[in-house]
Structure formats: structure tokens, C-alpha cells
Design a protein around this ligand. Structure first.
Ligand code: PLP
Length: 413
């Protein structure tokens, strides 16, 4: 694993120049991009890599003996090694490429569900999950007549650990919980939650879609059974994601999809499957995106999580204090352990109206439920404005946001 040096500070001007979209204008104003929870922007290195692959290397992987195919296969498998190193998996058999966090969770819900879930069994999720970590389990429960149990959170957006522990019984088969909430920003104590689940012989899936871009994740240290994330939220391309699974666990699971590459020998009498991780990669994979994800991770590594985390911590504190200047602004999600995601409402103004006005000022935020309707139900609200930050955001971005919000409130009052 790459060591993280917290003493190294970030060269923000240089970093921002690496992201072409940050130099663009929206409605005649320099873009302030604060929708990183939805998707992150791509550094020049990733854009160049994709161009290079499409211009001079494109060829289907794994099945060719010719030069281009071998080259592309080499790059694809190297990207798998980069991902392995990024999350400190034991070996590349544990790294399966998917279409995204959603694809990875659905794969586990189907595959693990086929093998281990039967009528009356229970699966634990939390009240702050993204719909992607609720609906696949609901579908599984409907198929198998199993039951979903839900860990509640308190008014600050902190998961109630006592309630979590009370949910366990002899029917509990899996815990699926988010590492970081995409609408509240809460960082959940997943390591402790995993340890508790394992004490009860229950495996755990962690949804890391909002975690891997903000801090170093070590799947061996966490000891999770599955860990999932999306490439596009970690400065890589869309259409690619990662499913980490412990090898011993993945070995026991049936494939999720059938098709080319995931097979060993196909006969009408009986088909045998390929070894890990290919058993879970049916058909022509999104190999260019996988390689682009590898480049994005190398870019992150070149900055280092020590510097990234320090900058994001400073940005968080500054934004938190500046948002207090706005009368009637209420933040949803005030956990002590939190990333730079700010979900808020201002007085009784509809979030959509504020979002539209901010957009006219070149400021991109998200409004709505953020695919977490149960979170909105908890607070009995219909949605929030969400400003979500990445390491390339600056203090000036926060200043522009605060000015924009003040102007919007003046216009709408
Ligand atoms: N989980 C969390 C916590 C998310 O924030 C998201 C996307 O916002 C997802 C899962 C789904 O990610 P994707 O749509 O890239 O599959």
C-alpha cells in the first residue's frame, strides 16, 4: 500500500489546472462544481489515457492473440492490480470489475442471495442507505421471502449502535451498510460494526461509493467481506465499478451473469466456470473505463491521502463556519465524524428554487432526495440542497457558494 504523508500539503492551483472542466464557464461565470457526491470531474491524465486507448490500442481483451489485444489485456489486468493496491486487497482474485457500485451490490444480492438466503432469513441495512443499497436487498427479500431489518439514525445522522446490535438474531444472514452517507456526510464506524457482525458469524458488505475518494480504505484492516465503489465518483470514467470480495467468500458464490469469458468449458450437458475474478465478469467488459479508473487512482496516489484529507478537513471547517452566516440555514447531518457534504435547507424556501438560482451564477449543487428517500422521510422533508466537495475545491468555491446563497435568499424572500 502507498503510505500517506499528512505533512505534505496540497498544491491547489496545480491540481485545479489538471481538471479541464474546472477552467470552464457556466452561464458566463467560472464554474464552481459542488456536485461531487453525484459524480467527480476527470483529471487530464484520465482524459488523455482514454484518448490514447481509443486512438491507438483499442481491442477486445482476454480473447486475442494479436498485439493490440495482448496490450489491452495487459493494461486491464494492471488496472486490477492498481485497484487491489488502492484498497489493500490480498490479491487480484478479490477484485471484480462491475458497472458501478449499483452493479456490484446487485451482483452480491443475486449471487450471495442465491447461495445463502432462504425464507425467513434477515438482512440488515441502515436508514441512511442510498437506494442502491436498499432496493437490491428488497428485491432479494421478495424473491426469497426474507426480511429487511433497518438500523435507525439519530437527529445528527449517527447510526444508533445499540439498535444495530439488537437487530441480530439467529436468522441474520448479512449486513449491508454504507461507509459514508451521500446525503448526510456521516462516516459510519464500519470497522466496529463489522467486528460485531463477525462475532455473530454474519458477513458484511460495505458501500464505499462516498468513502474511497476521501480517505484511505484498507479492506484487510476493515475485515469486510465485500466492499463496493464506483469509478466515476473517484475521478475515473463512468460505467465502471469495483466489487471487492474475500476470495474464500467469492469462491463459494455462483456467477451472477452468464456469457463469454466467465466460462471454462461450455457443453450442452454441463458448463464449467472460469476461475476468480473472471467468473464474475461475463461478456465484453468496459475495459477502457477500467484502465481509466486505474489512471485515476494513480493520480490520487500522486497527491496522497495525507494531503487530500488535510485539505478537505480545512475546507470542511471553513465551509461549515461560513454557512452559519446565512440566516435560517439548517444543516441535515451533524455527525462528529463527517466528510465535506453539506445537506441543508434555508427557511422555507424550496431547494429547487435555490439550486436554479445558484446555477445561473455558475454554481453546481444538487437538490432533491439524493436517492435517499428514507433519510428525507426521517426528517419529514421533501429534499435538501447538497453541496458536496472534492479535494480540488477551494476556499473561493465556498465564498462563491455563500455569496450565491445570500443573493438567492434575497431574491426569493
Ligand atoms: N452508494 C452511495 C453511497 C452513493 O452515493 C451512490 C451514488 O450516488 C451509489 C451507491 C450508487 O452509485 P452508482 O450510481 O455509481 O452505481
Amino acid at each position: 500500500m502507498i503510505p500517506d504523508n499528512p505533512a505534505v500539503s496540497i498544491d491547489l492551483n496545480l491540481i485545479r489546472r489538471n481538471f479541464p472542466v474546472l477552467q470552464t464557464q457556466v452561464h458566463g461565470k467560472p464554474l464552481v462544481y459542488l456536485d461531487n457526491g453525484a459524480t467527480t470531474q476527470k483529471p487530464r491524465a484520465v482524459i488523455d489515457k482514454l484518448n490514447e486507448l481509443l486512438e491507438s490500442k483499442n481491442s477486445s481483451i482476454h480473447r486475442g492473440v494479436h498485439f493490440l489485444s495482448e496490450q489491452m489485456t495487459g493494461e486491464y489486468e494492471y488496472a486490477r492490480e492498481i485497484v487491489r493496491n488502492f484498497i489493500n486487497a490480498r490479491n487480484t482474485n478479490e477484485i471484480v470489475f462491475s458497472s458501478g457500485a449499483t452493479g456490484s451490490i446487485n451482483a452480491v444480492a443475486f449471487s450471495f442471495g442465491e447461495k445463502y438466503i432462504k425464507e425467513g432469513d434477515e438482512i440488515i441495512v441502515s436508514e441512511m442507505e442510498h437506494h442502491s443499497n436498499i432496493v437490491p436487498w428488497q428485491m432479494l427479500c421478495a424473491r426469497k421471502k426474507a426480511k429487511l431489518r433497518v438500523i435507525p439514525f439519530d437527529e445528527n445522522g449517527v447510526l444508533l449502535q445499540n439498535e444495530y446490535k439488537l437487530l441480530f438474531n439467529e436468522k441474520t444472514r448479512l449486513v449491508a451498510v454504507t461507509h459514508v452517507s451521500n446525503s448526510l456526510g456521516s462516516i459510519n464506524p464500519v470497522k466496529e460494526m463489522i467486528r460485531f457482525a463477525h462475532d455473530h458469524h454474519v458477513p458484511v458488505l460495505i458501500d464505499g461509493a462516498q468513502a474511497v475518494q476521501h480517505s484511505r480504505v484498507d479492506v484487510q484492516d476493515l475485515d469486510c467481506d465485500f466492499y463496493v465503489f464506483s469509478g466515476h465518483k473517484v475521478f475515473g470514467p463512468t460505467g465502471i465499478g469495483v466489487l471487492y470480495g474475500k476470495e474464500a467468500m467469492l469462491d463459494t458464490l455462483p456467477p451472477y451473469q452468464g456469457g463469454g469469458d466467465m466460462v471454462d468449458c461450455v457443453k450442452f450437458e454441463k458448463t464449467t466456470y472460469n476461475q476468480l475474478p473472471f467468473k464474475f465478469e461475463a461478456g465484453t467488459m468496459n475495459y477502457t473505463a477500467a484502465i481509466g479508473l486505474g489512471t485515476a487512482i494513480e493520480y490520487i496516489n500522486s497527491i496522497g491521502f495525507g494531503a487530500i484529507m488535510q485539505h478537505e478537513k480545512n475546507l470542511f471547517a471553513y465551509t461549515q463556519s461560513r454557512l452559519k452566516e446565512i440566516e435560517g440555514l439548517e444543516i441535515y447531518g451533524n455527525a462528529k465524524e463527517k466528510i465535506s457534504i453539506f445537506s441543508f435547507l434555508i427557511q422555507d424556501i424550496h431547494p429547487f428554487d435555490i439550486g436554479m438560482i445558484l446555477d445561473k451564477m455558475g454554481i453546481a449543487v444538487r437538490t432533491g432526495t439524493h436517492c435517499t428517500q428514507p433519510v428525507m422521510d426521517h426528517f419529514q422533508i421533501s429534499g435538501t440542497i447538497r453541496a458536496s466537495m472534492a479535494f480540488y475545491n477551494s476556499f473561493e468555491d465556498t465564498d462563491r457558494l455563500v455569496e450565491g446563497l445570500k443573493n438567492a435568499v434575497n431574491m426569493l424572500k
